[in-house]
Design a protein around this ligand. Structure first.
Ligand code: PEP
Length: 251
């Protein structure tokens, strides 16, 4: 069985001024990392270059929260993968449920964004997850398999080497409701099975699958104890240095 290095990632969403971002990254740099996790933060675009600069030489890597699918052009307000990389991003979160539901990122659009991130060597953190309605209709696995199938269409295991999957049930994001460790494990195991069927067992065994959805300092340990949970993608508590530090240093 492949040993997978855990990943603890924080999505800062549309929060933090430059000064607040700088203070947060400085605090995290000294917060310890007892599990030798890969620690990633995703600031908003205005803070990306500053945070990347301050994180240089530390154990913390920097992600962007999205990219446009084109490298440049007349796309007012959008940020290209070239610009994100230039600002210091090594990773790109794609398909976050807020991008899907608020900004209309469809599987087809995400497939183009996957291409853009791969073109520029950004490690993809690809988010999937079901709504409450879909869960109650017993459609969870079908929905997630569809998001993976269509969002990643056309790419091989070699192309997608190193990609990270984040399972984020929509009903658990920012709501305070967390999937039980058993619910998370069940879906993570199904995602790993999808990856094995599609890209082979070796690929599936090596791929980190993160759980996201109201991860807190108080529940991270039991979530991380699940065999197919390889890390966490954290929203609210990623903005609080002491809480996020505890999540990084999960037991
Ligand atoms: C997220 O937005 O990816 C997230 C998981 O948010 P929260 O932790 O606040 O639920």
């Amino acid at each position: 069985m492949t040993k997978r290095t855990p990943i603890i990632a924080g999505n800062w969403k549309m929060h933090n001024t430059l000064a607040e971002s700088a203070a947060l990254i400085e605090a995290l740099k000294t917060a310890g990392n007892k599990n030798n996790a890969e620690v990633i933060v995703a600031p908003s675009f205005t803070s990306l270059a500053k945070v990347a600069e301050l994180a240089k030489g530390s154990h913390i890597q920097v992600a962007c929260q999205d990219v446009h699918w084109e490298d440049k052009g007349a796309f007012t307000s959008a940020v290209s993968p070239v610009q994100a990389k230039d600002a210091g991003a090594t990773h790109a979160i794609l398909g976050h449920s807020e991008r899907r539901s608020v900004f209309g990122d469809t599987d087809e659009i995400l497939n183009k964004k996957v291409a853009a991130a791969l073109r520029h060597g950004l490690t993809i953190i690809f988010c999937v997850g079901e709504t409450l309605q879909e869960r109650e209709a017993n459609e969870t696995i079908a929905v997630i398999n569809g998001q993976l199938e269509n969002g990643l269409k056309g790419y091989s295991a070699e192309d997608l080497k190193g990609m990270v999957i984040a399972y984020e049930p929509v009903w658990a994001i920012g709501t305070g409701k967390t999937a039980t460790p058993e619910q998370a494990q069940e879906v993570h195991a199904a995602i790993r099975q999808f990856l094995a069927d599609k890209y082979g067992k070796e690929y599936a065994d090596a791929t980190r699958i993160l759980y996201g959805g109201s991860v807190k300092d108080s529940n991270v340990d039991e979530i991380m104890a699940q065999p197919d949970v390889d890390g966490a993608l954290v929203g609210g508590q990623a903005l609080l240095a002491d809480k996020f530090a505890r999540i990084i240093n999960f037991n």
